[in-house]
Design a protein around this ligand. Structure first.
Ligand code: AP5
Ligand code: MG
Length: 234
């Protein structure tokens, strides 16, 4: 009987930000402290490309060229991911949504949450200048084994080009190179305003200065997630 009165809160954190703004870095940290899994559209696409799945085959060219993959396939992949058991208490979104149609699709996912549950949505936008973003993308190195992300300028590994955790050789992401990284940043600038407006009007949105240290940015994120989220009864 007691169980009938318990309210279950499904917590969703949406982290918006340009390529190189630190979404992946910050979402991983946040996941450790909140125990919520990170749902990263970019990671899902890259692992499907590596595994040569049907989704990977569809996405490979767009990802290599720094263009958005079609809404239909990305939405389907996100829906399949958030339906998994580990997302039942909520999740942290990295890189999704990126278009209005993806944002609207996400709203439709809320409808599948049971009436006994409440939804708490926190939306954060990491803000940085283009020059800093491009420098970060150029310096990014990734461990192919555990996906830990480093930066040769701002966040280097202890041993040159080797992962601190498993000593794998670090790799450069294919889409972090010259013209492709510039396109990703400028495309983001063109489309982000409408996504921010969408969330500002629904749940409120907090802009966070992403050019500070990883620790300071994380502290701001934590403050928003614990204090500033909107709880909505469905
Ligand atoms: P995705 O993987 O989402 O890439 P992105 O949004 O372009 O963002 P990045 O992963 O490049 O940067 P980040 O913000 O995660 O920064 P990070 O923490 O690594 O998408 C890739 C592609 O997939 C897209 O181009 C598209 O083709 C496709 N795609 C994905 N989602 C899609 C969607 N929803 N719809 C359609 N297509 C989609 O940090 C960057 C660097 O900076 C690192 O080296 C890091 O160590 C360093 N760093 C981080 N924080 C700090 C700090 N505070 N100080 C100093 N250095 C820092
Ligand atoms: Mg990322």
């Amino acid at each position: 009987m007691l169980e009938m009165n318990l309210e279950i809160v499904v917590k969703v954190v949406i982290v918006l930000g340009a390529p190189g703004s630190g979404k992946g870095t910050q979402c991983r940290e946040l996941s450790r402290s909140t125990d919520l899994p990170v749902v990263s559209s970019g990671e899902i696409l890259r692992s499907n490309i590596r595994d040569k799945t049907e989704l990977g085959t569809i996405a490979v060219r767009s990802v290599a060229e720094g263009k958005l993959v079609g809404d239909g396939v990305v939405c389907q992949a996100i829906r399949d991911r958030v339906r998994l058991h580990d997302c039942r208490a909520g999740f942290i979104l990295d890189g999704f949504p990126r278009t209005l149609s993806q944002a609207e699709f996400l709203e439709s996912i809320w409808l599948s949450i049971s009436p006994r549950e409440q939804l708490a949505v926190a939306v954060v936008s990491l803000e940085l200048e283009d020059e800093t973003l491009l420098r970060r993308l150029r310096g990014r190195r990734i461990c192919p084994m555990c996906s830990t992300t480093y930066n040769i300028e701002t966040n280097p590994p202890q041993k040159i080009n080797l992962c601190d955790h498993d000593e794998s050789f670090l790799e450069v992401r294919e889409d972090d190179q010259g013209a492709v990284s510039k396109r990703r940043v400028s495309d983001h600038r063109r489309t982000i305003a409408q996504i921010k407006e969408f969330y500002q009007s629904r749940y409120g949105l907090t802009e966070v200065n992403g050019s500070r240290s990883i620790k300071d940015v994380q502290a701001s994120l934590q403050a928003v997630v614990t204090g500033g989220s909107v709880v909505q009864r469905l």
